[in-house]
Structures are given as structure tokens and as C-alpha cells.
Design a binder for this molecule. Structure first.
Ligand SMILES: [Fe+2]
Length: 191
């Protein structure tokens, strides 16, 4: 269990430290590591000229795979081990709602896109097809309607598409440190 709880002043360094120590872990079934995946997603967002908030969301969307780094109370807020829920929970004290919603919804966004865009499923990686099944498969019409009501829908979809594109072995990106000033700005702005 990690030492002390992060604060607004230390959260960016806290995240950087997790990635420094554990970023080389494999991203289940993909040919990139966790940190390569997260940095590629952030870089795709940056290349599209996305806002700081969306670059932060792309960078941190999978932080839920590391929630055992956070103190117990933060984990409890996540309720179960679904990484999108626990990831949003550990970020919520520090990051604006658009960031945490993109994190919380990034799995459902895949289920949504598979339901509304017939071509989307074909673009999923093998591992992503496998997890789709475990995550409940494509949404049904009622779920699609409810998902569309999310005020952050557009942002959520964009992050999902960067997530899907961020699985390319050997793709060069800036290091995590490049995104630290951006993360600090987003945390400082608050909600
Ligand atoms: Fe991801």
C-alpha cells in the first residue's frame, strides 16, 4: 500500500511516480506497455489540438489499473475493481468533471460506439474485442439513449477514439514530464 494520500499540490508528482515505477507493465493483450498506451493517447489528443482537459483525460483514462497505489479510502470510493470506475474515483478530488467523466465512461463508450457505428467494431484490437464481451457487449437501444444524455458525450467519444488508436508498437511520443505542466494547469483550474 502506498504511503500518504496525494493532495492538490502533489497529485501530478504522485501520478508521475506511479508511471515511472510501473509504466512498463504490459497493457493486457496489447503490444504496447501501459505508459506507452497512455502517452500515445495523450499525444493523439494533443496532435488534434484538444483542450488541456481532454489531453489530461486521454493520458489518465487507464489510471484505474493502478488504484492500488492510492490509499484505502480512495479505493473504497471505487466500490469494485472495474478500472474505469476506480480510475474516475481516484481522480475526482483533483480533476474537473469532464476529465473524470471521460475516464469513467471510456469502457461504456466502446459499448456505445459498437452499437451506433457498425464500422467501429472492426477497428477494435483483438484484446479489446475480448474485453468487450466481459464488459457487456454492444449497448442496447435503451442504454444508447441514456448514454447520449451525458453532457460530456462528445469529449467521452473523442477520448475513446484516442484510446483505441493508442496501441501502436514503437510509436514515438513525448515523455510523461511533457504533460506535467498541463496536468498542473488542469488541477489548478479545478472544476
Ligand atoms: Fe485504454
Amino acid at each position: 500500500m502506498s504511503a500518504s494520500a496525494p493532495s492538490r499540490d502533489t497529485i501530478v508528482e504522485f501520478l508521475a511516480d506511479i508511471l515511472r515505477r510501473r509504466g512498463a507493465e504490459s497493457y493486457l493483450g496489447e503490444s504496447v506497455t501501459m505508459s506507452e498506451h497512455m502517452l500515445q493517447a495523450a499525444h493523439l489528443a494533443e496532435e488534434e489540438g484538444a483542450s488541456d482537459e481532454l489531453v489530461a483525460a486521454a493520458l489518465l483514462h487507464d489510471i484505474g489499473h493502478y488504484t492500488n497505489e492510492f490509499p484505502d479510502d480512495a479505493q473504497d470510493r471505487g466500490i469494485d475493481n472495474r478500472h474505469q470506475i476506480s480510475g474516475a474515483a481516484v481522480l475526482a478530488p483533483f480533476f474537473p468533471q469532464v476529465v473524470t467523466e471521460c475516464v469513467r465512461q471510456h469502457v461504456d463508450a466502446k459499448r456505445y460506439l459498437c452499437a451506433v457505428d457498425p464500422g467501429y467494431f472492426d477497428r477494435l484490437s483483438q484484446a479489446s474485442v475480448l474485453t468487450l464481451k466481459l464488459q457487456g457487449g454492444p449497448m442496447d437501444a435503451t442504454e444508447v439513449e441514456a448514454f447520449r444524455a451525458n453532457p460530456h458525450l462528445d469529449a467521452i467519444i473523442r477520448v475513446r477514439i484516442w484510446d483505441e488508436g493508442a496501441k501502436e508498437a514503437g510509436r514515438q511520443t513525448p515523455p510523461f514530464a511533457h504533460y506535467e505542466p498541463l496536468l498542473r494547469r488542469v488541477v489548478a483550474r479545478g472544476d
